[in-house]
Design a protein around this ligand. Structure first.
Ligand SMILES: Nc1ncnc2c1ncn2[C@@H]1O[C@H](COP(=O)(O)OP(=O)(O)O)[C@@H](O)[C@H]1O
Ligand SMILES: [Mg+2]
Length: 334
């Protein structure tokens, strides 16, 4: 048996002229939390849809739990669970009944289903609310219930497509916390997507940063942050930005423009400023402020794509929904 839960080799998807995924390759280790990050339109959902066998790749291959996504679709489906970007719960049923219905669809024996449902509602913090109808649930509670429901069938890999989209910061934090707990107590690999890079840097084991259909860089959050230099020095400048960029380039660094800021990755921000401040000042650029900070995954994104995440988001008109497939009846009990 391989040590990988997912192996992807040069996977591509075109929609007519649009190259949504341009040939991505990566491996996800068993029991890992793998974060697939990128702005809207990067190709995250398209990649997931290929891995879960809802979309046929234009080219390339992939294995999920050792099963080929093209020739062994049934086996792939039986070994995974998916929580989609769009909610798929039955609003008129209680949390408990949603789980029981799901168990029935997948042929899980009643006693086993009840025990497992209790465990999963505890795990996701919903046990107290098990008899409330989903229509009275907040967005965060719904997401947690969808995760619990996905876990009922004891999947080997859980796919979560933007599990925190549209949620307030508090609910988002709770979702991330629950995902970490699940990863600790269940024997499961978690593949999640997000456009909120900074939120996953604390706990994702591996991160792939995507932009425009390509993986730009892949590694642990620490590796990625180290790879761009240990500190980020941030200059606020509204005039003569180009001149400042030029000055910093001459020193042998690669600065980036981010709105009103020029940022540069360096080994040690304080030392960099100590050594270079005189040179920078002598250029007579009206710098409004200077700040030294630790890099975030947003800085990593910026470094490898050359653009600020919010610009990338703004340049993408709107998310396109995937073609209608019956997403609920995706898996059967194995
Ligand atoms: N069914 C589709 N038909 C045409 N274009 C699509 C379809 N699904 C996605 N796309 C395009 O593919 C690109 C990637 O989309 P998607 O995978 O949804 O990105 P993400 O999930 O990262 O926001 C976008 O340019 C999007 O417009
Ligand atoms: Mg998406």
């Amino acid at each position: 048996m391989t040590e990988y839960a997912i192996e992807v080799n040069n996977l591509k998807k075109n929609f007519g002229e649009i190259q949504a995924v341009k040939g991505v390759s990566f491996k996800v280790k068993k029991r890992e939390i793998f974060a697939y990050l990128g702005p809207n339109g990067a190709g995250k959902t398209t990649t997931i849809n290929m891995l879960i066998t809802l979309l046929k790749p234009t080219a390339g291959t992939a294995k999920v739990n050792g099963y080929d996504i093209i020739t062994e679709q049934d086996k792939v489906r039986r070994s995974i669970a998916v929580v989609f970007q769009e909610q798929t719960l039955d609003e008129d049923l209680t949390a408990w009944d949603n789980l029981m219905l799901h168990a029935k669809i997948y042929g899980i024996p009643k006693q086993e289903a009840k025990q497992e449902a209790k465990h999963l509602l505890d795990l996701t913090g919903l046990w107290e609310r098990r008899y409330s109808r989903v229509k009275h649930f907040s967005g965060g509670m719904r997401r947690r219930l969808e995760i619990a429901r996905g876990l009922l069938t004891n999947p080997k890999v859980l796919f979560l497509d933007e599990p925190t989209i549209g949620l307030d910061p508090q609910s988002r934090a709770l979702i991330w916390e629950k995902i970490q707990e699940i990863s600790k107590v269940q024997d499961i690999t978690i593949f999640l997507t997000s456009h909120q890079m900074d939120e996953v840097e604390e706990f994702a084991h591996t991160v792939a940063i995507m932009d425009l259909g390509e993986i730009k860089v892949i590694g642990s959050p620490d590796e990625l942050k180290d790879s761009i230099g240990n500190d980020v020095v941030r200059f606020k400048v509204t005039e003569q930005k180009e001149k400042l960029i030029e000055v910093i380039r001459k020193m042998g660094y690669e600065p980036h423009e981010a709105g009103d800021y020029i940022e540069v990755g360096v080994k040690n921000g304080a030392e960099f400023l100590g050594e270079k401040i005189r040179e920078i000042s002598s250029a007579n650029i009206p710098i409004k402020s200077i700040e030294v900070k630790k890099p975030s995954l947003n800085d990593v994104f910026l470094h490898y794509t050359g653009r600020e995440l919010r610009d990338a988001m703004a340049s993408f008109a709107d998310r396109i929904n995937m073609p209608g497939a019956n997403r609920r009846i995706l898996r059967r009990r194995h």
